[in-house]
Each structure stands twice: as structure tokens, then as C-alpha cells.
Design a protein around this ligand. Structure first.
Ligand SMILES: *[C@@H]1O[C@H](CO)[C@@H](O)[C@H](O)[C@H]1NC(C)=O
Ligand SMILES: *[C@@H]1O[C@H](CO)[C@@H](O)[C@H](O)[C@H]1NC(C)=O
Ligand SMILES: *[C@@H]1O[C@H](CO)[C@@H](O)[C@H](O)[C@H]1NC(C)=O
Length: 331
């Protein structure tokens, strides 16, 4: 009986996913520590490091390795609240939404834009994009999938990424109506985790520097203050890729979350209709700009559009992102 119990204890040692930052090429570390079979992502483009499933003993041992800077648990991502309850069967075409109206600086029920984002790549690091959505006019392409929970599902099962893509670049609800949208899936119906997000960003850095096209990325998800995420966005910015992030919507200091806290991102807080600061938006000195973020109409992954009940300041980040895209285009 006792033997059996011990055996059970041994077999129930739990593993967690960790992010390991190293001083140089991570391979030296995971090979020497014999954890090669367990490592999943290697982050050479953003910073030296990797992610791996480890038990507590292995994590402690790694921490003592002189080549290792830090060993932290991969955290769940804080995903936006979404509400598709107002989903409508048919898109309304040329109605000017309040948020678009605000954006050109003159409130006159029109959205007048100088740039349409053509030639600019907008990487949507999110739950994927329904690249077939007619509102996206074939300008959305599938980039990569790093969502561990939906490994072989190269579609947007959640809807959030398609919504973001629609705000950035859809024909009737978008800011930049001729931008190229690239889906980088890092979250799914049941959420996402930090290691998957880092893997997605690592991919974008390589990809965007390879294409040489003006590129931007907006991240509408986040987590508590985190050094690895902030290092990642710094690496992207330093490579010339504009990074836009939502301030978050739990009425607290944006400096307490990542990547919003990084000085290397544009952090966007939300205003609501009537152009007032939205009371749930995060705030503080880490916010760079305030943009419309409430009652934003956009697409669902199911070929439809959503009514006016999706409250999330992240929407403003995509919007601003598009503006950044337009600026890039004009340079
Ligand atoms: C959209 O614009 C077209 C032409 O400008 C117009 O005929 C049509 O009535 C408009 N549709 C809506 C829903 O406003
Ligand atoms: C969109 O941009 C492409 C070039 O990237 C251009 O050929 C096309 O005419 C543009 N479409 C519109 C509607 O302006
Ligand atoms: C687009 O449609 C094709 C054909 O139905 C489907 O195989 C593919 O998965 C769709 N792509 C996405 C990203 O939803």
C-alpha cells in the first residue's frame, strides 16, 4: 500500500509551463539541463530564452544555472470581455459610426481619411481572423498559429481577432480600408497564455523584418507587469515595428500591466460616446493616447457584424494602430 502511495506521488508531480530568459542562445541551457524534450518555444528573435514544461525541482535547478537570467511561470492572458448579443444578420454599409466620425477631428457624421493603409501590414496578434469575411475583401491573410489549445485549428473560433481586424481594416467599419491584415493566432475560445503570445511576437519580428514592409502590431491582451513581455515589445519597436497596446479596462494604473506599461508601446486608453474618458479604462502616466473604445461596431468571425454593445478599450488600440498604419504609409 505504501509503495503504491509513493508511486502515486511520483506520478502526480505537476509540471507548469515556464518562460526562461537566458544570457545567450537558449540551446546551451536546455541541452545541458536535459530538458530538451520538454521545451516548446525558443525566442531567439525577441530575447534569448525559451519556454518549457517543468516541475518545481527543474525550475529551481534552472534558476541556479549561471546562463539563466530568470525563470517565471507562463501566466494566463487577460482577455477582453466580449458580448456578441447584438449580432446582426446583415452589415449596414455606409453608416458612419461615432468612433470613425471622431477620428478625423471633426464631428460631422463623416469619416474623412487621407490614407487607407495600402502597402502596410497589420499583424493581428489575437484569436485568428476569419480571412474569408467579405468585409475584409481578401486583404486578410493567415499568418501563423501558436495557440497551444487549438493547435491545428487555423480559424478564429473566438471572434475577437476578427472583430479587431474589422476595426482596423474592414470595408465599412475599418480605419485603414486597404491595409493588409495578418492573423497571428495566440489565443482561443478558452483563452491563451504568455508563452503562446511570446511565440507569436517572436514570429512577427522575424516575418516583418523579412518582408521589409511597414509593419505594425497591436496587442489587445495583456497580463500583470511582466518583464519578458516588455522586453519583447521593446525588441519589436527597436526593429522598426510599431506596437500598439490597450491600456486595459479595470480602472487601474496602466503601468501595472504589460505590455501597456512599456515605454516602447503606444498605450491607448478609451473614451466613450460624448467624447468623455471611459470610467472603466485604465489610466495614468503609461497612457499615451485616448481614443474611442466603447460602442464600436465591427465584425464577428461568423461573417456578420456586431451591434453596439462591445465595451472594450482594446478597440481603441486597434483604431489607433490603424492611424499609425496610415502614417507609415505616408512616410
Ligand atoms: C450608401 O450609399 C449609397 C450611395 O452613396 C446610397 O445610395 C445608399 O442609400 C447608402 N446606404 C445606406 C444604408 O445609407
Ligand atoms: C489598395 O491598394 C492596392 C495596392 O496595394 C491598390 O492596387 C488598390 O487599387 C487599392 N484599392 C483601393 C480600393 O484603393
Ligand atoms: C476560409 O474558407 C475555406 C473554405 O471554406 C476554409 O477551408 C478556411 O478554413 C477558411 N479560413 C478561415 C481562416 O476561416
Amino acid at each position: 500500500m505504501r509503495v503504491l502511495w509513493i508511486a502515486l506521488v511520483i506520478f502526480t508531480v505537476t509540471c507548469d509551463q515556464y518562460i526562461i530568459r537566458t544570457r545567450k542562445n537558449a540551446q546551451h541551457v536546455y541541452s545541458s539541463e536535459n530538458i530538451a524534450p520538454n521545451h516548446d518555444y525558443v525566442f531567439g528573435n525577441l530575447f534569448y530564452g525559451f519556454s518549457a514544461e517543468l516541475d518545481a525541482q527543474q525550475a529551481i535547478k534552472l534558476e541556479q544555472n549561471p546562463l539563466v537570467i530568470s525563470v517565471t511561470k507562463s501566466k494566463p492572458l487577460i482577455l477582453p470581455i466580449k458580448d456578441f448579443s447584438n449580432e446582426q444578420p446583415n452589415p449596414i454599409s455606409n453608416t458612419t459610426e461615432w468612433n470613425l466620425d471622431q477620428l478625423d477631428g471633426v464631428i460631422d457624421k463623416r469619416y474623412i481619411y487621407e490614407g487607407d493603409g495600402h502597402g502596410v501590414d497589420c499583424y493581428i496578434v489575437d484569436s485568428g481572423i476569419n480571412t474569408n469575411h467579405t468585409q475584409l475583401q481578401g486583404r486578410a491573410i493567415w499568418g501563423a498559429n501558436f495557440c497551444t489549445k487549438e493547435k491545428n485549428i487555423d480559424r478564429d473560433l473566438d471572434g475577437h481577432g476578427t472583430h479587431v481586424a474589422g476595426i482596423v481594416g474592414s470595408k465599412d467599419y475599418g480605419v485603414a480600408r486597404n491595409v493588409t491584415l495578418i492573423a497571428v493566432k495566440v489565443s482561443g475560445e478558452t483563452g491563451g497564455n504568455q508563452a503562446d503570445l511570446l511565440a507569436g511576437l517572436n514570429w512577427v519580428l522575424k516575418k516583418a523584418t523579412t518582408t521589409g514592409r511597414p509593419s505594425l502590431i497591436n496587442i489587445s491582451m495583456g497580463l500583470g507587469f511582466d518583464e519578458a513581455i516588455n522586453l519583447a515589445v521593446q525588441a519589436l519597436t527597436e526593429a522598426g515595428i510599431a506596437v500598439v497596446a490597450a491600456s486595459g479596462n479595470f480602472f487601474s494604473d496602466a503601468c501595472g500591466i504589460s505590455p501597456a506599461s512599456s515605454p516602447f508601446v503606444f498605450t491607448v486608453a478609451a473614451s466613450g460616446p460624448k467624447n468623455m474618458f471611459w470610467e472603466k479604462s485604465n489610466h495614468g502616466k503609461c497612457v499615451n493616447v485616448i481614443a474611442p473604445g466603447v460602442n464600436i461596431k465591427s465584425l464577428t468571425a461568423w461573417g456578420r457584424y456586431v451591434g453596439d454593445d462591445w465595451y472594450f478599450p482594446g478597440m481603441s488600440s486597434r483604431r489607433w494602430c490603424c492611424c499609425t498604419g496610415v502614417v507609415h504609409q505616408e512616410v
